[in-house]
Design a protein around this ligand. Structure first.
Ligand SMILES: *Cc1c(COP(=O)(O)O)cnc(C)c1O
Length: 387
C-alpha cells in the first residue's frame, strides 16, 4: 500500500495492508510461499525461516493485523492458545503476580492454573461483578491484569474504563482476549489496553478452516512475544497465513452482517415463550447493554438462548435444526449451535455451571452470514418440532 494507511477505513486496510503489488506481471492475490527456508545472501546471518515468523505470508498478515487493531506491531501464531501462552510468557517472570477475570476461556484457565502457577507465577481470579475486586486483588508484585470481553458464552461485556484507571496508576499491563469482538466491533488499544490477543481461528479468519492466533501491542513487546514463539515452536504454517490473509479481506463485511443477523435473531427469540432467556448485548434487557453500546461499534455475532423446557429439550431442538450446524468453535460464516455443558464447560457440574450463568438448556449460537429470515425460520421450525 502506497499511501498512509492510518487515514484509511477498516475495509481498505483489510483488503490492501501489507500486500505489495503494482508492477506489471505481479499476481493480484499474494503468492503462497509454502517453504520453510529461503535463499540466503552470502556474508550475512539474516535468514528467513518459517518458525521465525518472518516469511512473506506471515509478514503480510502481521502488517495487516497491526493496522486493523491500530497497534504498532502484530504477531501471528499457530493458535489462539499459542498466542495467549507466548504473550503471557513474555510478560511474566517467576515471582510475578497475575490478576485474571474469572470469566475466561477454558484453555486459558488451564494455562493459568496449571502451567503458569507451576512456573512460580502467582495467580488471583477476580469476579468481574465485584466492583472493587480488581483493586483488592492488587499486590506489590502484580504485573498484569488479564480479561476476556465479550465473554464466551454468556456474552457479558466488561467495562474497560475503570480497569484502565487502576492499571495506569499502578503501572500494570492490561491484556485482553478480544476474540469475540474482532477489531471491527472494538479496538481495545483505543481504550487503554496494552496487549490484544485473538484466536484468529474465529472472526479474523472467519471460514472455519484454519487454526491461528494473534498478539498486538508495542513493537518492543511483540518482539519479546516473537522470541517465545520461536523457542516454543508456535509459528504458523505459510498456508494458514495465506488463508488468514484472504479471510481478513472480508472482515468488516462479514462482521457487520453478523452483527445485524444476531440482533435480528436475538430480538425474535426474545418474543418466544419456548425461550426463557436470551443473552445478547444488543438487547436492552442484557445487563451490559449500556456498556456495550458506549464502547462497541456492534454487538457481535455470538448469542445464547435458554430453552424454557431445559436440558432435555435442548437435545431435540439441536437435532431438528437444519441450517445451524451442531459443532464447537465460533465466528465463521456458517451458523453453529453448541451446548457449553458438553464442550467448553464439560468439566463443571450442572450446579457449578448454573452458578456462573450457564444452566442446562443453555445453547450457544454463533450467527453466520446467512439470511437472518432463514435462520429465524430454522429456529422456529426446530422449536415447533421439538415441543
Ligand atoms: C477459541 C478461543 C480461544 C482459543 O483459540 P484456539 O485458536 O482454539 O487456540 C481463546 N479464547 C477465546 C475467547 C476463544 O473463543
Amino acid at each position: 500500500m502506497k499511501s498512509k494507511p492510518g487515514t484509511m477505513g477498516i475495509s481498505t486496510i483489510a483488503v490492501h495492508a501489507g500486500a505489495m503489488h503494482g508492477t506489471p506481471g505481479d499476481a493480484v492475490a499474494p503468492s503462497l510461499n509454502q517453504s520453510v527456508s529461503f535463499v540466503m545472501d552470502t556474508g550475512t546471518t539474516e535468514q528467513m525461516y518459517t518458525r521465525y515468523g518472518n516469511t512473506p505470508n506471515a509478514e503480510i498478515v502481521q502488517k495487516r493485523l497491526a493496522l486493523l487493531e491500530g497497534a504498532e506491531a502484530a504477531l501471528v501464531l499457530s493458535s489462539g492458545m499459542g498466542a495467549t501462552t507466548c504473550a503471557m510468557l513474555a510478560l511474566l517472570r517467576p515471582g510475578d503476580h497475575l490478576i485474571s477475570s474469572s470469566w475466561i476461556y477454558g484453555g486459558t484457565h488451564t494455562l493459568f492454573t496449571r502451567e503458569l502457577t507451576a512456573m512460580g507465577i502467582e495467580l488471583s481470579f477476580v469476579d468481574p461483578l465485584e466492583p472493587r475486586g480488581w483493586r483488592q486483588a492488587l499486590k506489590k508484585n502484580t504485573r498484569a491484569i488479564f480479561l476476556e470481553s465479550p465473554v464466551n458464552p454468556t456474552c457479558r461485556v466488561l467495562d474497560l474504563a475503570s480497569l484502565r484507571l487502576i492499571a495506569k496508576s499502578e503501572g500494570i499491563a492490561l491484556v485482553i482476549d478480544s476474540t469475540l469482538a474482532s477489531p471491527v466491533n472494538l479496538r481495545p488499544l483505543e481504550h487503554g489496553i496494552d496487549v490484544v490477543i485473538h484466536s484468529a481461528t474465529k472472526y479474523l479468519n472467519g471460514h472455519h478452516d484454519i487454526l491461528a492466533g494473534a498478539v498486538m501491542g508495542s513493537a518492543s513487546f511483540i518482539d519479546e512475544v516473537k522470541q517465545k514463539m520461536i523457542v516454543f515452536g508456535q509459528a504458523p504454517d505459510p498456508f494458514a497465513c495465506w488463508l488468514l490473509e484472504r479471510g481478513l479481506k472480508t472482515i468488516e463485511v462479514r462482521i457487520l452482517r453478523q452483527n445485524e443477523n444476531a440482533l435480528k435473531v436475538a430480538t425474535w427469540c426474545e418474543g418466544r415463550k419456548e425461550i426463557s432467556k436470551v443473552h445478547y448485548p444488543g438487547l436492552a434487557s442484557h445487563p451490559d447493554h449500556a456498556i456495550a453500546k458506549s464502547m462497541m461499534r456492534g454487538f457481535g455475532g455470538l448469542m445464547a438462548i435458554e430453552l424454557a423446557a431445559g436440558g432435555n429439550a435442548a437435545e431435540g431442538f439441536i437435532r431438528k435444526l437444519k441450517l445451524f450446524t451442531h459443532a464447537s468453535s465460533l465466528g465463521g460464516v456458517d451458523s453453529l449451535v453448541s451446548e457449553p455443558r458438553f464442550t467448553s464447560h464439560a468439566k463443571l457440574s450442572s450446579k457449578e455451571r448454573a452458578a456462573i450463568g450457564i444452566p442446562d438448556g443453555f445453547l450457544r449460537l454463533s450467527i453466520g452470514i446467512e439470511n437472518a429470515e432463514d435462520l429465524i425460520a430454522d429456529i422456529e421450525q426446530a422449536l415447533r418440532a421439538s415441543e
